[in-house]
Design a protein around this ligand. Structure first.
Ligand code: ZN
Ligand code: ZN
Length: 285
């Protein structure tokens, strides 16, 4: 992980030790945290669609990766491979047999606590990047936050960045995969052990609105679609549900039917009504 430039910049700004430089150091710390989290996302990006991330905040991204892509995304471990290929059909089962194999280390991933890193990311912003609201008309509005508190948070974050920087590898995780071909033609893959029954999985292609519902029983991915029927020629077409779910209340999508009609889809409020058992105005006094 290339965090050298971030670390050097933060160290230089700390040395300057002015109110302005400490504020910039806090900003650099936040950007470094985002780099760390988004780099883990980049490595596993084939296993998760941007739509399924929902939020962009670094620790939320990491939480989704842990739940849906790889529980070891924030764990420390060293990956090693056997020096010689194992003979075909080899079934190495005993601990002694495993220990007798010659291994070459591939690299070490440095783990981190997503809660801790999320806490630092919030604290840096609270101390350095926002001013306090005045509590009365006599309050003075300061130009910067409190230098001592900012410095303390920057130092704490820098220590964590240096520690994570030592890792030489970011793994995309081990374990069995399942895959399916999207309607758009793109092949999607997911870690089998992390899929939950009924979970919505979006296509990883950035240009695609398709999503699927996973069914555990038969490990199938069912296309989430909405049937549209042309009222003139009765032509039927299934459109991706995701397209409609993304619509704002004042927004429409249009489809041109070959018969010359244009069909539009929009959200509409709908009135519901039912009769209650004991209506109040049927009982005078
Ligand atoms: Zn697709
Ligand atoms: Zn038509």
């Amino acid at each position: 992980m290339h965090l050298n430039d971030s670390i050097e910049t933060i160290e230089r700004l700390l040395k300057e030790d002015s109110q302005a430089s400490l504020t910039y150091a806090a900003l650099e710390c936040r950007l470094a945290i985002e780099r760390i989290c988004y780099e883990r996302l980049r490595v596993v990006h084939d296993y998760i669609a941007p739509e399924d991330l929902k939020k962009w905040q670094p620790h939320h991204v990491i939480r989704v990766l842990i739940d849906q892509v790889d529980p070891s995304v924030t764990k420390s471990f060293t990956l090693s491979i056997s020096k010689d290929p194992l003979p075909d059909g080899s079934t190495t089962t005993t601990l002694e047999e495993f220990k007798s194999i010659d291994y070459i280390p591939v690299g070490t991933q440095t783990g981190f606590d997503p809660k801790k890193i999320g806490g630092l990311w919030h604290a840096l912003s609270r101390e350095a990047l926002h001013l306090s609201l005045p509590s009365n008309s006599g309050d003075t509005i300061r130009q910067y936050g409190d230098s001592d508190q900012i410095r303390a948070k920057v130092l704490e974050t820098l220590q964590e960045i240096r520690r994570i920087h030592k890792g030489s590898l970011i793994s995309s995780g081990l374990g069995g995969e399942v895959s399916f071909q999207c309607f758009c033609g793109v092949r999607n893959k997911r870690k089998a052990s992390l899929l939950k029954d009924g979970q919505t999985v979006s296509c990883i292609s950035p240009n695609c609105s398709e999503s699927y519902t996973y069914t555990e029983d038969d490990s199938s991915f069912g296309r989430r679609s909405l049937l549209i029927v042309c009222r003139k020629c009765e032509y039927k077409v299934d459109i991706p549900r995701g397209l409609v779910e993304k619509l704002r209340t004042d927004q429409r999508i249009y489809f041109d039917c070959d018969c010359g009609e244009t069909i539009s889809i929009e959200w509409r409020p709908m009135q519901g009504q039912r009769t209650r058992m004991n209506p109040a105005h049927n009982n005078p006094d």
